[in-house]
Ligand binder design. Structure first.
Ligand SMILES: Nc1ncnc2c1ncn2[C@@H]1O[C@H](COP(=O)(O)OP(=O)(O)O)[C@@H](O)[C@H]1O
Ligand SMILES: [Mg+2]
Length: 242
């Protein structure tokens, strides 16, 4: 695993967001390097989903978001995706009446036909288990396989950064490992991952770096190899600081 942070692919500075008059995030600073896997941890209600939505443009936000040398602070979700930043939303559901492959084609809507089919194949190649079921209706897949398909949908556009919001929610430990293994594989082609995960140990085993979010603020940033990280995270979660 790389120990020094590469040049930032994503640079978030002073990001604030919320819902109408309800403020949730207060001045978030966060960076992700190309090909880096970064875990975003924190208790329920901390603002993790809100942060991902604010970065991808699904929520209005204040502050600065730079991505791959572009200012996407005011970009729409569509413009953000076009820039190479893809967000697989929490609880993402696949289209159960469509085949596995058609779900992938749908995820690449707007791409030229040749590129679309090639990139759908590429995305599928990450998941041999669902590749074998490419012509089956997505509704016939297991829960874990549907999660793999949701991640594969995110890959069809060849993102430079994939943001995954609790991709393992509701899965058995074995399936969690398989979904997270796909995230590890992405590193090999330089794709960065921002992973929101409740399973702290698994997230730390996979990630290069970690941020902890509590009550709408970043309360800890560390390399995952640092000593005493579990205790520091616990303190950060419970509000006594780092
Ligand atoms: N649509 C919404 N409208 C109003 N408040 C919301 C909405 N979604 C989330 N919140 C509030 O924002 C805070 C952060 O939520 P969220 O980002 O979903 O946290 P996490 O993903 O870390 O569990 C919580 O207090 C939650 O109640
Ligand atoms: Mg959430």
């Amino acid at each position: 695993m790389p120990t020094s942070a590469p040049e930032p692919l994503l640079q978030v500075r002073g990001l604030s967001a919320g819902y109408g008059k309800i403020g949730v995030l207060n001045g978030i600073d966060l960076t992700i390097g190309a090909g880096e896997i970064v875990a975003l941890l924190g208790p329920n209600g901390a603002g993790k989903t809100t942060l991902l939505k604010a970065v991808s443009g699904l929520l209005p936000r204040a502050g600065s978001v730079q991505f791959a040398g572009r200012d996407i602070s005011t970009a729409s979700p569509r413009q953000t995706v076009d820039a190479g930043l893809v967000h697989v939303i929490e609880g993402h559901r696949v289209f159960t009446q469509l085949t596995v492959f058609d779900n992938l084609l749908l995820a690449g809507y707007g791409l030229k036909r040749g590129a679309l089919e090639r990139q759908a194949e590429e995305a599928l190649a990450f998941f041999p288990e669902i590749e074998a079921k490419r012509a089956d209706k997505a509704g016939s897949l297991s829960g874990g396989q549907q999660q793999m398909l949701a991640v594969a949908q995110g890959l069809v556009r060849r993102p430079r950064l994939l943001m995954l919001d609790e991709p393992s929610a509701g899965l058995s430990p074995v399936l969690v490992d398989r979904v997270l293994a796909a995230a590890a594989q992405l590193r090999t082609n330089g794709t960065a991952v921002l992973l929101v995960e409740q399973l702290i140990e698994k997230a730390l085993a996979l990630a290069d770096r970690v941020y902890a979010l509590a009550r709408g603020s970043i309360v800890l940033e560390a390399q995952t190899g640092e000593a005493d990280l579990s205790n520091r995270l616990e303190r950060a979660y419970f509000g006594s600081g780092d």
